[in-house]
Design a protein around this ligand. Structure first.
Ligand code: GTP
Ligand code: MG
Length: 418
């Protein structure tokens, strides 16, 4: 694992500082995203679907190895495009560029139909992960520019055209209410805990579970990966899960126990959980950026990040790095929030550790790690603490529409119950 302790700057890593990555055996710069890391993150099961992803990433890698001349051509093309302040003419999309499966090609077709998008622009957008109208419309222009290499005018035009196509703008509160009334929810397995959330964990937002060790954060995350696969009438979303594990605590055997507890075919349940092990904070950020492409393709309805800031805490050491750390966490959280804008029926769960407040003598001396950045970034925040034996207590700390309250649930062999 490429941990901070293995960096050659003695753990004082900071944005721009060099470190040696044990995974891809070469020097990296802190704060940069490396495509090679994707290869370590893929779900290791031998099922067909994961092989599909592997081959797709191979395809992208192959593209990377295009001759220098070809790269030069693209760059000159870009310059010309910017100089002339105009977007290139519509051209037929070259089949050789990327072979896409049907779901993805529907999204790509929509991008291709945007005014002025030709082969070169489309290629750059897809390479940078912007293969749908939603991903273009909801991403800040600076990020699209930085990742795709397109110029500012082209980017602005693409965003405007995507927003127009998606009809993004003002709507009436009645429309918002209509949407919220029909919002989909995932059951936690405990009626009491579901009630705390107003009938299960809702989609379209980022939910943070924070608490001390062994309070059930990881167990809840496992249970939700099973429950999301249930049909809607049983409290699921009929969808799949993406589990980003930053601590190495994902256990398929617990998934099997939980699936069997619900009389489900555990092989199918396991197959429908896409697993990514994040080896460091850069890698974690990269996995979330990549998730945009997986969500539609794999029918992902739940994303777990367990835990959100563990890597950041261990990599950014010392007071001097605090501002950079908070800024990077903030951007990462916004990447997650953007996913809920792009995919409104997606639920995102992040877990968080607590840190002690040395100046508190009465009451709870612990507070969620990550400070105000994480507190403001997550939509719903729930504090977990230990109760008697298998019991755990969940306390609603912050939600835009739910009262503060508590619920008691249990962790059993079959997962989360009352
Ligand atoms: P950290 O990641 O260390 O911060 O803790 P966490 O909040 O993620 O804790 P986690 O969800 O891993 O909870 C671990 C606890 O779940 C264990 O201490 C057990 O009490 C309970 N647990 C795990 N597996 C089982 C099981 O098979 N049966 C029962 N009854 N309890 C279990
Ligand atoms: Mg855990």
């Amino acid at each position: 694992m490429a941990k901070a302790s293995e960096t050659d700057n003695g753990g004082q890593s900071d944005i721009g500082a060099p470190y040696y990555c044990q995974e891809c055996k070469r020097n990296h710069t802190k704060g940069k995203i490396y495509k090679e890391h994707l290869n370590f993150a893929r779900f290791e099961s031998k099922n067909e679907e994961s092989i599909e992803i592997e081959s797709e990433s191979d395809e992208l890698e192959l593209e990377d190895q295009h001759s220098l001349e070809e790269e030069k051509d693209i760059l000159t093309e870009m310059d010309e495009e910017e100089d002339q302040n105009e977007i290139e003419e519509d051209e037929d999309f070259d089949d050789e560029v990327l072979t896409l499966d049907s779901d993805k090609s529907v999204c790509v077709d929509a991008v291709k139909k945007l005014p002025g998008v030709g082969e070169a622009t489309l290629k750059k957008l897809i390479k940078a992960g912007f293969s749908s109208l939603e991903s273009i419309a909801y991403t800040p222009p600076s990020i699209i520019q930085e990742e795709s290499g397109l110029g500012d005018k082209t980017t602005a035009k693409l965003i405007k055209a995507s927003m127009d196509k998606l009809d993004i703008g003002f709507k009436s509160a009645e429309d918002v209410w209509e949407h919220r009334r029909n919002i989909a929810r995932i059951t936690t397995g405990s009626q009491e805990l579901d009630n705390l959330f107003g009938g299960g964990i809702e989609t379209g937002c980022v939910v943070e579970f924070f608490g001390e060790f062994r309070t059930g954060k990881t167990q809840l995350a496992h249970m939700l990966c099973v429950n999301v696969q249930l049909p809607r009438e049983d409290g699921g979303l009929n969808g799949n899960a993406l589990y980003i594990d930053t601590e190495g605590t994902f256990r398929p055997e617990r998934i099997i126990q939980m699936a069997e507890g619900l009389d489900l075919d555990h092989k199918k349940i396991l197959k429908n959980i896409v697993f990514g092990r994040a080896y460091n904070s850069d890698h974690q950020i990269l996995l979330i950026k990549e998730a945009t492409n997986l969500i539609k393709e794999k029918n992902i309805k739940l994303i777990i990040v367990d835990s959100l800031i563990g890597h950041f805490r261990s990599e950014y050491v010392g007071r001097g790095t605090l501002a950079n750390r908070q800024q990077t966490i903030n951007t990462h959280l916004h990447d997650l929030l953007r996913l809920t804008d792009i995919f409104p029926d997606l639920c995102i769960i992040v877990t968080n550790q607590v840190q002690s407040k040395p100046d508190v003598f009465y009451g709870n001396p612990t507070v969620a790690a990550g400070g105000n950045i994480v507190a403001h970034g997550s939509t719903i925040r729930v504090y977990l603490r230990k109760g008697k034996g298998e019991q755990r207590v969940a306390k609603m700390i912050d939600a835009p529409h739910l009262p503060e309250g508590e619920a008691v649930f249990s962790i059993t062999e079959n997962g989360i119950t009352d």
